[in-house]
Design a protein around this ligand. Structure first.
Ligand code: FES
Length: 555
């Protein structure tokens, strides 16, 4: 229990310290952007933006955040039982570990030297050192800016991607993430060049800053000592891991049984997720084991009574998704006795899947279903070599899946040259799912246009898709073989939706939306013709609207 509470506090401390550091980086880079105007403007902007960070309290907060963030990363290396991580986790950890040595000289040459060596640094003096006296320091500085920024963006992205609103704002964030460092680095390069052109200016700003050869030697010596201490700190958790492994070698370890039929020894003290990864068994983990995404959820079929009850972050996450008995997060449980688990989401589950409530229990509920199908795929298969055809199909699926990710859609079923998706899995308002589904349709059509542009030379004719959207009651839950279960839906309304999608061929339109869906979303469709079609097995004809341009479909 204590270790669970500690891990919850550690997770909060990592997030808060990361956000504090990000705020500092934002202020710093914004000020650099003003170098594009002039040194004076940039200096003034820096004074304003850095004001808080230069006060005693601001400095204390910053130092505290940097120490907490760094020590937390080192602790995470020690505490992990397996270093088999997802690519993004390696990237974030690796870049994070590179930041202190990359910034050591800069921080020592400015803040530390101002405090202890009587230096008066300014934009001019820093740029004179980095562009004239030691140009290699300038390159290190550029590498530091990019490393810090990419590390921060990866962290923020993986924190925010489980938030429902994030998908809508992602494009804006990406634009900002590209713009700010570009402007900051352009300012840095332009100011550096300006300083080089005005040869005499560098000398005068260096003299004003009181930077002598002795001070520079002191700065280098301090930075070197700091780097050695940092290196020792980085090796400490690795040594600790080796020692722990040696001590644990004699322990009797429990077995973990997986629904694929594989049985493996638990890594000493490891979570189920770590043990699965160490044994190369793919398992979903969108948040990297931080109890945020719930995509690692498993059903414990044996050994549940030997596990401590959920607490801390795990308990909160399980309550949030309305977990059923026996459901636990693989990234949080550390079995000490034999245990058997069944993954509840596919290994490729994304952030949206983590919002799906419950697990295996199917229940009837209102849901929006979207079917999308690639038109003329049979003719395309005949016209192209099998390899080329598969390539085109896979590009198509990739684009459709991206469209789902961007619009809160949940991939639910693969059907040859089409797929079925669910919308509104996590919302109580029917309109939300339907509006998201229309956004999904819009995104799909836009992506097909783009794909046609990319594949222009390879296609006998442009790709076309048909989309059917329907809303109604269906049985929703995890289904499929035990090793590959995914959340899907079955029921009459699903068949109706598939039929609506097939009608897009007959009506030669890209999208058909059922009357029920249109009414539930509150669309104003008075000016459109209500059409009817009979569906096999249904006594009543299904009513629907054909849609040409989605942009004019408004609530
Ligand atoms: S991996 Fe995200 S909650 Fe377990």
């Amino acid at each position: 229990m204590l270790s669970r509470d500690l891990s919850m506090w550690r997770s909060r401390a990592r997030l808060i310290s990361g956000l504090v550091l990000f705020a500092f980086v934002l202020s710093h880079l914004t000020a650099h952007g003003f170098l594009l105007i002039s040194f004076d403007r940039a200096g003034a902007a820096l004074d304003i933006l850095m004001y808080l960070w230069r006060t005693a309290i601001g400095t204390a907060i910053l130092v505290c955040a940097a120490s907490v963030h760094c020590l937390n990363a080192l602790w995470s290396i020690y505490v992990r039982r397996s270093l088999r991580l997802a690519r993004w986790e390696w990237c974030q950890l690796g870049l994070g570990l590179c930041i202190p040595p990359l910034l050591m000289l800069h921080v020592t040459g400015t803040r530390v030297a101002e405090e202890f060596l009587g230096l008066k640094s300014s934009y001019g003096s820093v740029l004179a050192v980095q562009w004239q006296l030691s140009p290699w320091v300038g390159l290190v500085q550029i590498a530091a800016v990019l490393t810090v920024w990419v590390h921060a963006c990866i962290g923020l992205h993986h924190w925010l991607r489980v938030k429902p609103w994030y998908a809508r704002w992602r494009a804006l964030f990406v634009g900002f993430a590209l713009l700010l460092p570009t402007v900051a680095l352009c300012g840095y390069v332009s100011a550096g060049n300006q300083l080089l052109r005005q040869g005499g200016r560098a000398k005068s700003v260096l003299a004003e800053s009181h930077l002598t050869e002795e001070t520079r030697a002191d700065i280098t010596r301090i930075a070197r000592t700091e780097s050695i201490i940092y290196l020792a700190l980085v090796f400490a958790p690795l040594l600790g891991r080796g020692l722990r492994g040696w001590l644990h070698r004699r322990r009797k370890l429990p077995f973990l049984s997986h629904s694929t039929g594989r049985r493996m020894l638990m890594l000493p003290g490891a979570t189920v997720l770590e043990t699965l990864r160490a044994n190369r068994i793919p398992h979903a983990s969108v948040c990297g084991g931080r109890a945020r995404c719930t995509t690692c959820r498993v059903l414990v079929t044996k050994g549940l009574d030997t596990l401590p009850a959920p607490s801390g972050l795990e308990a909160k996450a399980l309550v949030r998704i309305g977990a059923t008995p026996g459901m636990r997060l693989a990234c949080q449980i550390r079995p000490t006795a034999d245990i058997s688990v069944i993954p509840l989401l596919s290994a490729a589950a994304g952030p949206v899947d983590g919002k799906v409530r419950g697990g295996l229990e199917g229940r009837e509920r209102p849901i929006t279903v979207l079917f999308v199908d690639l038109r003329g795929s049979t003719a395309l298969g005949v016209a192209k070599m099998p390899y080329d055809f598969l390539y085109i199909l896979n590009q198509f699926f990739q684009e459709m899946t991206k469209a789902l990710d961007a619009t809160n859609g949940h991939y639910a079923q693969f059907a040859g040259d089409g797929l079925m998706a669910l919308y509104g899995l996590d919302s109580k308002e029917p309109a939300t799912g339907i509006i998201d589904a229309l956004d999904g349709a819009r995104e799909m059509l836009a992506r097909i246009d783009r794909l046609n542009g990319w594949l222009r030379g390879d296609l006998p004719h442009p790709l076309r898709i048909g989309i059917g959207i329907h809303f109604g009651e269906a049985v929703v839950g995890a289904m499929g073989p035990p090793t590959a279960q995914i959340i899907s839906a079955i029921g009459e309304m699903v068949n109706v939706c598939a039929h609506l999608e097939s009608l897009t061929k007959e009506y030669n339109c890209p999208v058909i939306i059922s009357r029920l869906a249109a009414e539930a979303a509150g669309f104003d469709l008075d000016d459109r013709e209500l059409r009817r079609a009979t569906v096999r097995g249904l006594s009543q004809p299904v009513e629907f609207y054909t849609v040409e341009g989605l942009s004019d479909l408004r609530v």
